[in-house]
Ligand binder design. Sequence first.
Ligand code: PLP
Length: 441
Amino acid sequence: TISQTLSEIQELIELDKKHYLHPTTVPKLFQEKGPKIIFQEGKGIRVTDVKGDTYIDGVSMLWNVNLGHGNEELAKAAYDQLSTIAYSSSFYSYSNPNAVRLAQKVVSVAPGDLCAIFYTSGGSESNDTAFKLARFYWNLKGRQTKKKIISITRSYHGATVSAGSATGIEAFHNFAGSRDIDIINARGHVTNCELGDKTDSNYEGCIRDTIEKVGAENIAAVILEPIQGAGGVHVSPDGYLKAVKDLCKANEILLIADEVICGFGRTGQWFGVDNWDVVPDIMSVAKGITSGYAQLGGVLVNKEIRDTLNEHDQILGHGFTYSGHPTACAVALKNLEIIERDNLIGNAKNMELVLKNGFDYLANKHKHFAKPRAIGLLAGFDLQADPDTDTPFEQSIRAAAFVVEHCFNNKLILRAADFEEGKNIVAIAPPLIINKEEVEE
Ligand code: PLP
């Protein structure tokens, strides 16, 4: 019933090519090939395109549709708010009940003393806001030189000028040639360096080395994802987050956890940092806060930062039209209610085991399958020429892209992370509502 006629589809393709510029797409290629898929409808873990073909959404679109597609409770929450008062401003001390209630709810599940939230419309805005709040905090403390932000290799923090500069994937830097000069990309995920082991061969350029070279008095914050998503599902080694946190603390540098993917149950805990019991000073969220049913993000700050802001009479001169959007907040409240009611965080943890069983099966069956990892429903594996000797494919062999294309042709949507030279990683992040049979399928 939903499929469109061939001529309608052809018309969509022509109009798309003519008028619609797509993110992370080569425009010239798009002119040749047109859209890869035109989505029409979704239900649960499945999406159907305009031709009527149905796919398993193995990455929750952009790691965000955590409740799966077609959730009518979320639709109703949006409808009810849209027909009451769709939008009201949060500027000039204006407020709305949903934004207040959501703040209370998010803070109640957030780790440690994170106690207040600034709302944004998405992850990039959250990270830009986190940088500004960190600098604002240090300004209020009379530490005006503390401006620089350290991020780490392979991280993805978004695409605005500052969040894009913090992103440690070069492909996102080269595009427009403009970078935030106060952001430094360091080497990360090398625990011994963060612990201060100068004999570690990675010491040069690691976070500790960068702090020593740039000077703690010039650094406002370190930002990292507890588990890197777009960069290739890199799980922080045990001890790493705590080492970075201690390093930051010793140097009076704020730690920003980018929980845009990890937050709200994806990793089998409320937040990624909860897997290691580390409490950041600032936390960016987005995506899973609404399961993608509305555009919303936020930045949580700890008590020290909130209290410092509250003690001064300087304006928080920052904000977005859609900060605290009442409809987005209504959707988020319902989303969090369902996550708790249906124990979806527990489900993510249980399904991790099913995924890992599947990985064992693949490891036995395929000689290029390597380095499987899953933490909750954030998972991935490498493809290597020889996993036994940790030997990558030659650079010209795009194995991950090939596998993802093969899966797509067999109606399973996955994602390749092959930004790094010689790396072939396949990412998996299905909706948190997925059940055992569906994981096995
Ligand atoms: N941070 C992380 C960890 C992300 O994965 C993303 C998006 O994928 C972002 C930030 C940027 O979020 P947005 O695309 O909503 O601006």
